[in-house]
Write a protein of this length. Structure first.
Length: 362
């Protein structure tokens, strides 16, 4: 069983003051597609490289199946890695690139050919087997890099931003191909990206990392609906969740003229340590136009409307002038207090108008 387990793993680079990865505890199930996601520099690549044996582990243990591989040579870990830059050999054909690792491992020629041809068929590369990488498109090169990993029939795939050199449209196509290929092959996979959309669409589960520390692991749905903290709330979802610090007044949370009803469960959960303050998060699709006469509303002055065809995004700010922000833990937000609302197409009044919105208490 190719489960992968990080057991309290830390990595501190020589001369660094903070660990790049701190006390990582993470278990990946056999056959699972797990995505590591987080902002640049949060420790994703370091985690993957420790699993590959390319980076020292300063503390803790890494297991593949029941075997402690913490001090095992990279070549003996039975994993295959796909990198961002593909690292194809330019002077070799696609066939030789894909079969190279097997040749080094001294597999019989027949077996190499059989595996390369099978992988080429799976990846739609059969007609390109005799070409050199320079005569391929970016997407085809990316598939050769995948093919090279597949033919090794490893226990674990590691992928580090494998789509980042592709244009936007090809990225979308290729990410669905990789996800379905992984399910077909059933090989345990760890996939690194900083793109939350990639994480949401590809992962069976997602691990969100910030500053070397694991914030939350869960299915895309769990992270979207039940983020463990305001960082995950702001990081997962596009456009980002609107987050603001409100004051509790009786049955409502209040910020300027904005009033949000609080459920009894939320009010019961408040403690004196909250000091009458509460962070309210609402997704762009979690707001509706308030009915006439509603008292608990969020009056929004519209700055800009973006019509996207299928729906529209309204960008605005609180009409009473307060900034929607959570200041201290808000480095995921670049909205400067702006609120984003998703509405049906061509329903939003033009910029300068005020919309009265309301949030479902749930
Ligand atoms: P990105 O998305 O930008 O690739 P990442 O999440 O993969 O980022 P890492 O590459 O794991 O992040 O880096 C984590 C931290 O460790 C960063 O602060 C980085 O500067 C530092 N770091 C990475 N490699 C080294 C190294 N060889 N020596 C010293 N510090 C390093």
């Amino acid at each position: 069983m190719a489960t992968v387990r990080f057991d309290n793993v830390s990595r501190i680079y020589p001369g660094a003051t903070e660990p790049a990865v701190k006390n990582l505890n993470l278990e990946v199930a056999d056959g699972e597609f797990l995505v590591l996601v987080g902002p640049s520099g949060c420790g994703k690549t370091t985690s993957l490289r420790m699993l590959a044996g390319l980076e020292d582990v300063n503390e803790g243990h890494i297991y593949i199946g029941d075997k402690d591989v913490t001090n095992v040579q990279p070549k003996d870990r039975d994993i295959a890695m796909v990198f961002q830059n593909y690292a194809l050999y330019p002077h070799m054909t696609v066939r030789d690139n894909m079969g190279f690792a097997l040749k080094i491992a001294k597999l019989p020629k027949d077996e190499i050919n059989k595996r390369v041809e099978k992988a080429a068929k799976t990846l739609g590369l059969t007609q390109y087997l005799d070409r050199k990488p320079k005569a391929l498109s970016g997407g085809q090169r990316q598939r050769v890099a995948m093919g090279r990993a597949i033919v090794r029939q490893p226990q674990v795939f590691l992928m580090d931003e494998p789509l980042s050199n592709l244009d936007a449209k090809l990225r979308v196509q290729t990410r669905t191909q990789i996800a379905s290929l992984q399910h077909e092959l059933g090989v345990t996979t760890l996939y690194v990206t900083h793109d939350q959309t990639e994480a949401m669409t590809m992962g069976d589960r997602i691990a969100v990392i910030k500053d070397g520390i694991l914030q939350q692991v869960g299915t895309p749905r769990e992270l979207y609906d039940r983020p463990a903290n305001s960082f995950v709330a702001g990081f997962i979802g596009s456009p980002s969740m609107n987050l603001g610090r409100f004051r509790v007044e009786g049955e409502h949370a209040v910020l300027g003229e904005a009033r949000v009803p609080l459920s009894a469960a939320t009010r019961d959960a408040l403690t004196s340590a909250d000091n009458g303050q509460i962070i309210i998060g609402f997704r762009p699709e979690g707001l509706q136009i308030a009915p006439e006469g509603a008292t608990a509303t969020i009056p929004l002055t519209i700055d800009l409307v973006e019509e996207l065809g299928s729906d529209a995004y309204v960008y605005g700010h609180l009409a009473s002038g307060e900034q929607l922000s959570i200041s201290d833990d808000d480095d995921s937000s670049d909205k400067f207090g702006q609120i984003v609302v998703r509405v049906p197409p061509h329903t939003a009044p033009p910029a300068g108008n005020v919309m009265h919105l309301q949030i479902e208490p749930g």
